[in-house]
Design a protein around this ligand. Sequence first.
Ligand code: S3P
Length: 457
Amino acid sequence: MNVENENAKNVKNTKNITITGDFASIGEKIQKKFAVPGDKSISHRSVMFGAMASGTTEVTGFLTGADCLSTISCFRKLGVDIIIDEKNPTNVLINGTGKLQPSTAILDVGNSGTTLRLMAGLLAGQAFASTLTGDDSIKKRPMKRVVEPLTLMGANISGVYAPVTINPPKQPLHGIEYTLPVASAQVKSAILLASLYASPDEKTIIHEPIATRDHTEKMLNYFGANISRDGTVIISKPILQPLRARPVAVPGDISSAAFWLAAAAILPNCELTICDVGVNPTRAGIIAVLQRMGAKIELQNPRNMGDEPVADIFIKQNPLKATTISGDEIPTLIDEIPAIAAVALFAEGETVIKDAQELRVKETDRIKVVMEEFGKFFVAKNPITPHDDGMTINGVCFGENLLHGATVDSHGDHRLAMILSILAMAAHGETVVVGADCADVSFPGFYEMLPQENIKM
Ligand code: S3P
């Protein structure tokens, strides 16, 4: 497999998949025990921090999805030697020198918002100019939320959307005290990365309105940074010497496990154990929500991989009831909302999702596309009502599966492609998922895990 050349540009969203649904018995055909690919957020950070560090960072369990390969490709352009093991591409070596080199080429992040936002912060404090760009979807994703605080720190950065141009700051960056206007780990991480390169006596203080995923703080400290937390306040001090290379074992991605959790919650006779899944509390909201809805879930064999908690997740179907998801819970499951919405179709009552306006600025407007594409499975009224900041899902399939095969479209959104495929397994008849191949962005091998006799690629 020539992983080296496989970045986001190779995901063309042109391949369709046809899935023959079989609600009653397809669940039995799904493998009972498996692992999902490595966590996307942690994989990105392992490459970034390894590239900033001095020495060799050995990463195991790396996600070979297109997004993380885009991060590797950007850091290679910045002069970092990164070796992907040919036999097992989830093993990656990053030979950092503690210093990045200027890139004459534009840095192409493909479809990856995490690469774009975090690299903007990291590059803001460097003594050379860079330009970051990406695919059509990335060019629509807001950058002002990152550009604004970085500018306050003295960065020389412009672009409300990609391409974003970063010139060297006129003087070293300075620390800021900043309240995040949106609960975003990407914005928080961009500020933290820039804060490392501020003048030595300048600390940065970030107030988080709602806790967001904390992988950056944890992993940067593990690599030798000095970031502390006091309640909702995060304090970061500049690094006086380069970060130190450290081995990173990447847990399985709960955002990828989410599709299989949804399958098991919906489909009869589908008892699954998903092994080695990261269950960091800032990410694991879907587990509490599915439990609240009635699904039988157990976290088995809880342990730690480095600083990250992991467990094997056992799940089986049980009658489901609707729930409300809002407020502090939203950032802990923001990427899992399409999967939760699918489960809600099978739950008795109306599930309400609110305070999730961030869904509008993900890879697609996930409120709009979930409503439109899920709606195509229904002959009668669309059971999803969109709101500005979420949606209400009427559990019309509780006790009577009303999903009918349809032609649905991923809109180039990897998470949409996968959850539409899970719903297709439950639907009566045949479904075509248009642009199914974008699943490779975060979950290479997803379609190989579907019962092969039910699919045509
Ligand atoms: C991510 C943070 C989240 C999430 C994204 C990955 C990260 O985005 O949706 O998929 O790795 O920091 P926001 O920070 O914009 O909420």
